[in-house]
Ligand binder design. Structure first.
Ligand SMILES: [Fe+2]
Length: 418
C-alpha cells in the first residue's frame, strides 16, 4: 500500500498549484478513475466469454476475475466505508473476488478461480458499471475536504488496477500458450528489438547513493524508507540480454549443465523439463515463441523474455558474469545509463525482496498489500511491454518467486572484474 500522504498529493495538490482553469478535485479524480477503468476494459475487449473464464495455472487468474477483483477493491475500500448508505452489488462477490486480504474476510480458493463459470462475463460487466456509477457519484457528492481524504485511497485502487492490467495480459498469454492452435490476442503485436546503442558496460565507481523513493509523487510503501547504500565498484551491462545470446547459452548445453545452476534451480529445470525460455516451441526444427501476436519466429535482436530467476542466474554464471543488485540497477538507471530500463522486460536482480531499513506496513487490511510478501522472492526492476505507460518509475520494486517465468521477465548482467 502506498504512502498515503504522497498519494494524496498526486491527485489533490496539483489543483493548488494550477491556475484557475484547473479542473476541480472531483473532476480530476473522476477523469483519472475513468481513464484507468476504461483501459482495463480496452485490454479485455478482444477476449470472448470463454477466454475470460480460463485459469491456466494456480499463479494466473482468469481475465474475468481480474476485472471483478479490481472492482471489488473499490467497493471494499472506498464505497463500503465512505459512501453513506452504499449497498454492495452482490452479497457473494466479496467472497469470490477478494484475493489475499485476510483482514477483509474469507475468500474463494485462489487455485479454483477458473472454476467460476458464474457469474458470467456479462455479470462482471454489470458489476463494473454499477461500481463505476457509485464511485463517480461519490466524487460528485463529496466536499473537497472529503475528497482530499479519499484521494489517496482512490490512487491506491487505480495503481492496483494497473497492476492487474499487466497481469490480465500475462495470464491470458499463458492460457493461449497452452492452446495447440496458438490464438493471437492481437495479431499485430510484436516485442521490440533491444537498443544496442552505446558502450557495452556502465561503470559505477564505489560510492554511497540514495536508494528508494523521495518526494510526494505516488509510490508503493515498499519503495520507502529512502536510505543510503554503498554501491560499486561494478559495471552494469548497458544492454538487455538478447535471444541471440540466449540461443548461444542453449547451444552450449546451458540447460543440461548442473554446475551452472543453483540446486533449487536445476531441480525446477529437471522437474519442468525446461530446455528454452517460457512460451518457446520448436516448430519444424526452428524455435518459435508464443506471443500476444500468436506464434512468432524468435527475433535474435529482441530481449530474451519469460525466463525465471533460476535461468537468469544460470545464464550469468555461464557468461562469467553476475546479476546486479537492485541498488546497482537503481543507481545506473538514475544516471540514465541503462538502455531499455523500461518498457520491454522486467529485469531480475539478485536482491531478495526484503524490507528497506525501518519499513513497517500500515495497520489494517491495506497493510497486507506488500509487506507480507517480503520473504523468499526476488526483486525485478524496470517495467515490461505490458506495463501501463504511466505505471513505472526508477524506485519501483516488482517481485516474483525464483521459478516464475510467465511474466515478461529478462535480464541484464553485472561484472565485478576490473
Ligand atoms: Fe489485487
Amino acid at each position: 500500500m502506498p504512502n498515503m500522504s504522497s498519494a494524496a498529493a498526486t491527485v489533490v495538490d496539483s489543483a493548488a498549484s494550477a491556475d484557475t482553469a484547473a479542473p476541480a478535485p472531483a473532476d480530476r479524480l473522476a477523469a483519472a478513475y475513468r481513464a484507468v477503468r476504461d483501459e482495463t476494459e480496452r485490454r479485455a475487449a478482444p477476449l470472448g466469454p470463454e477466454d475470460q473464464v480460463v485459469q491456466s495455472m494456480p499463479d494466473a487468474s482468469p481475465a474475468k476475475w481480474h476485472r471483478a477483483h479490481t472492482t471489488w477493491f473499490f467497493e471494499q475500500f472506498l464505497l463500503g466505508p465512505h459512501k453513506p448508505g452504499y449497498q454492495v452489488f452482490h452479497p457473494d462477490y466479496a467472497f469470490l473476488f477478494n484475493s489475499y486480504y485476510v483482514s477483509a474476510g474469507p475468500r474463494h480458493t485462489r487455485a479454483a478461480r477458473g472454476l467460476l463459470t458464474r457469474p458470467g462475463a456479462d455479470d462482471v460487466t454489470a458489476y463494473r458499471r454499477a461500481v463505476d456509477e457509485a464511485m463517480l457519484g461519490l466524487f460528485a457528492e463529496a466536499d473537497d475536504a472529503t475528497l482530499a481524504r479519499l484521494a489517496p485511497l482512490v490512487e491506491v485502487g487505480l495503481n492496483h488496477e494497473q497492476q492487474h492490467q499487466e497481469l490480465l495480459l500475462t495470464d491470458i498469454l499463458h492460457a493461449f500458450a497452452q492452446n495447440p492452435i496458438p490464438p493471437a490476442y492481437d495479431p499485430a503485436w510484436t516485442l521490440s528489438a533491444a537498443d544496442r546503442s552505446g558502450d557495452g558496460w556502465v561503470d559505477l565507481p564505489e560510492g554511497i547513493h540514495a536508494i528508494g523513493h523521495t518526494g510526494d509523487s505516488f509510490h508503493f510503501d515498499n519503495e520507502k524508507p529512502a536510505h543510503r547504500a554503498l554501491v560499486g565498484p561494478v559495471k552494469l551491462a548497458r544492454h538487455l540480454v538478447t535471444n541471440a545470446e540466449w540461443l548461444q547459452f542453449m547451444a552450449d548445453g546451458g540447460y543440461r549443465t548442473p554446475t551452472l545452476w543453483l540446486m533449487d534451480g536445476f531441480a525446477s529445470c529437471e522437474r519442468e523439463g525446461w530446455e528454452a525460455p517460457g512460451h518457446w516451441r520448436q516448430v519444424d526444427g526452428e524455435w518459435t515463441i508464443m506471443t500476444l501476436g500468436g506464434l512468432q519466429r524468435i527475433d535474435p535482436d529482441a530481449p530474451v523474455c519469460h525466463i525465471s530467476y533460476y535461468e537468469a542466474d544460470a545464464f550469468a554464471r555461464w557468461a562469467g558474469r553476475h546479476l546486479p543488485t537492485e541498488m546497482e540497477w537503481e543507481v545506473a538507471a538514475r544516471a540514465g545509463q541503462l538502455n531499455d530500463a523500461f518498457g520491454l522486460v522486467w529485469q531480475w536482480t539478485r536482491s531478495a525482496y526484503a524490507p528497506y531499513p525501518g519499513y513497517r506496513a500500515i495497520e489494517g487490511a491495506l497493510g497486507e498489500y506488500n509487506g507480507k510478501f517480503m520473504v523468499n522472492q526476488l526483486v525485478l526492476r524496470g517495467s515490461s511491454c505490458v506495463t501501463p505507460a504511466d505505471h513505472s518509475r526508477i524506485t519501483y520494486r516488482n517481485f516474483f518467486y525464483p521459478h516464475h517465468r510467465w511474466q515478461f521477465t529478462g535480464l541484464r548482467l553485472a561484472d565485478y572484474d576490473s
